[in-house]
Design a protein around this ligand. Structure first.
Ligand code: HEM
Length: 459
C-alpha cells in the first residue's frame, strides 16, 4: 500500500475483472451512498481522494487511494465532486484517457455557468468519454435503491459504448434507464432537479385563485350580507359552513377542468379535419397537468366529505333543530312528513357518495404502482369513461342540492347567485359538449380523424 492510500479492507484490484472494479472520485455523502449501493450490487469500489488517509468513514470493503492511483485501476470513474473543483483532474488527463467519466453533479441554481458541468468536464479531459447520469437521484435514493425512491435514471453522452456501460450498471442497481441523447442534453438533465414541482405550478395557482375568489364571494354573501342588511353576526360560519361550500365548489370546477381540454382538443380536430396539426401551447400545457388537477380536486372533495360528517354535531345545527322542535311544541304544530323532500335529500346524498366513490377510484388508478399494472386500454377506460361518470354524479348531486332554490328571489343576495350555481357552469358545459361528441355522426368523424383520416378541402 502506498503511503498516500488507505486500505479499509483488502481490495485485490489485480484479481478483479476490470469491468467490475469501479472508481469514485469524492468521498462525500453522494460518493459514499453510491459506493455502498455498488458494493451491494456486486461491484468492487475504489475511492479517489485528495486526502486518502483522512477522508472519514467509507463503506467497508472499499479502498481509498489518491486520485491518480485510483484512476489507474478502474475503467469507469464516477465524479462525485463539485464542478468548482474539477480542475484537479486536468493534470490527470493522461491517466483518464479512454476512460468513462460519469458526471453526477448538479448546480445550486439554473444558468450558473454558460455550459453544463458534463460538457465542461469533457473540455477539461477531451480524451475521456463523459456520460451524464444519476444526477436526478439523491444520496438517499441511491443508498436505498429504487424500491422506495424514484426509479428513473436519465443519461446522456456522445459515446454509445460508454453510455451502454453506465446503463448496464444502472440497470444492475435496479433503476430503469432513459437515454436522453448526446452530451449536449446534459444541461437539460442538470436543470431537472432544480425544478420545483414543475407540473404542479399551474394547478396549484389555479386552485389557490379559485379558492380565494369563492371564499371572498361567499364571505360577502353569507357573512357581510347578514351583518349589513340583517344586522346579524354570522361570522362563525366562516369555519365550517363557508369551508364546506368553498371546497366542494372548487373541487367540482377542478374536476370539470380535467375534462375540458380533451373536449376542446376533440372539437379542434373536428374543425381542422386532421389530427396531424399541433395543438396550441396553452392546450398542451393544460392537458399535461390534468392528473395534478384531478388529485387536487380529489383532496378538496375529501375535505368536503369530512366536513359533511360533522354537520350533525355542530352547535349551530343542534341549536336550530332544538329551537325548531320547541317552537312546534309551543305552537302545538307538527310539520307533515314531506316525501318529496326525503327523496330529494336521500338522492343527493347518495349521488354524492357514489360520485365520491368513483372519485377515489380515479385517484387510486392514477398512482404509478396501480397504473403500471393496467393495460393502456384499461387505464384510458378508467380515466376517461369513469371520469365522466364521476363528473356526472357530482354535478347531479349539486343540482339536486340546489333543487328549486333558484326560483326564490331571497337566494340572490345583493343580486348575486349562490356559489353552487356558479360551480355548475363549467361541469354542465363539459357534460353537454361530451354528449354532443357522443352523437353517432360526430363520434364517427372523430374516430376516423383519430385513425389518421384527413379532410381534404375542395380547392
Ligand atoms: C353540498 C354531502 C360528495 C359537491 C353538499 C351538502 C351535503 C353534501 C350535506 C350540503 C352542505 C350544506 O348544506 O352546507 C355530500 C356527501 C358526499 C358528497 C355525503 C359523499 C360522501 C360530493 C362530491 C362533490 C360534491 C364528491 C364534488 C365535488 C358538492 C357541492 C355542494 C355540495 C358543489 C354545494 C355546496 C354549497 O354551495 O353549499 N354535499 N357530498 N359533494 N356538495 Fe356534496
Amino acid at each position: 500500500v502506498k503511503p498516500d492510500s488507505v486500505l479499509l479492507c483488502s481490495v485485490n484490484t489485480a484479481a478483479v475483472p476490470r469491468h467490475e472494479l469501479l472508481c469514485i472520485f469524492g468521498t462525500g455523502d453522494l460518493g459514499r451512498s453510491l459506493g455502498q449501493r455498488l458494493l451491494q450490487c456486486g461491484y468492487k469500489v475504489v475511492y479517489g481522494s485528495r486526502r486518502p488517509g483522512s477522508c472519514g468513514p467509507l463503506p467497508p470493503g472499499t479502498q481509498a487511494l489518491n486520485h491518480e492511483a485510483a484512476a489507474q485501476h478502474a475503467h469507469l470513474i464516477f465524479i462525485c465532486v463539485q464542478r468548482e473543483h474539477y480542475d484537479f483532474m486536468e493534470p490527470l488527463a493522461p491517466q483518464l484517457k479512454g476512460k468513462v467519466l460519469v458526471d453526477v453533479s448538479n448546480n445550486l441554481k439554473k444558468n450558473m455557468y454558460t455550459d453544463s458541468n458534463a460538457e465542461y468536464l469533457q473540455r477539461l479531459i477531451p480524451g475521456a468519454h463523459v456520460v451524464k447520469a444519476f444526477n436526478t437521484l439523491s444520496a438517499w435514493a441511491l443508498q436505498n435503491g429504487p424500491a422506495d425512491a424514484n426509479r428513473q435514471v436519465y443519461l446522456c453522452g456522445s459515446n454509445a459504448e460508454a453510455k451502454q456501460v453506465v446503463a448496464e450498471i444502472a440497470t444492475k442497481m435496479g433503476f430503469s434507464v432513459l437515454d436522453r441523447g448526446s452530451l449536449s442534453a446534459a444541461r437539460e438533465l442538470e436543470d431537472f432537479p432544480l425544478q420545483l414541482f414543475p407540473g404542479w405550478r399551474l394547478p396549484i395557482r389555479l386552485t389557490i385563485g379559485l379558492t380565494a375568489s369563492f371564499f371572498f364571494y361567499l364571505l360577502l354573501r353569507d357573512v357581510m350580507y347578514s351583518y349589513i342588511v340583517q344586522q346579524k353576526d354570522m361570522s362563525f360560519r366562516i369555519m365550517v359552513s363557508l369551508a364546506n361550500k368553498v371546497f366542494p365548489i372548487v373541487s367540482l370546477i377542478l374536476l370539470s377542468l380535467c375534462y375540458l381540454p380533451g373536449i376542446i382538443a376533440a372539437f379542434l380536430q373536428l374543425y381542422r379535419g386532421t389530427k396531424y396539426k399541433r395543438f396550441p401551447d396553452w392546450l398542451d400545457r393544460w392537458m399535461l397537468c390534468r392528473k395534478q388537477l384531478g388529485l387536487l380536486a380529489l383532496a378538496f372533495a375529501s375535505l368536503h366529505v369530512l366536513y359533511t360528517l360533522i354537520i350533525s354535531f355542530r352547535y349551530y345545527v343542534r341549536y336550530r333543530l332544538a329551537a325548531h322542535t320547541i317552537s312546534q311544541i309551543r305552537e302545538n304544530k307538527t310539520s307533515p312528513f314531506d316525501t318529496t323532500m326525503a327523496w330529494r335529500t336521500d338522492t343527493y346524498y347518495s349521488m354524492g357518495i357514489i360520485g365520491f366513490g368513483f372519485y377515489l377510484l380515479l385517484g387510486i388508478s392514477s398512482l404509478p404502482s396501480v397504473s403500471n399494472a393496467l393495460s393502456w386500454r384499461e387505464f384510458s377506460f378508467i380515466q376517461s369513461k369513469l371520469g365522466y361518470i364521476t363528473l356526472f354524479f357530482c354535478t347531479f348531486h349539486t343540482y339536486l342540492y340546489g333543487w328549486d332554490r333558484f326560483l326564490y328571489p331571497s337566494t340572490y343576495k345583493w343580486f348575486t347567485p349562490p356559489g353552487y350555481m356558479l360551480s355548475l357552469v363549467v361541469p354542465t358545459v363539459v357534460l353537454l359538449l361530451k354528449l354532443l361528441l357522443l352523437l353517432p355522426c360526430v363520434d364517427r368523424s372523430l374516430t376516423r380523424i383519430r385513425q389518421g383520416w384527413e379532410r381534404t378541402d375542395p380547392e
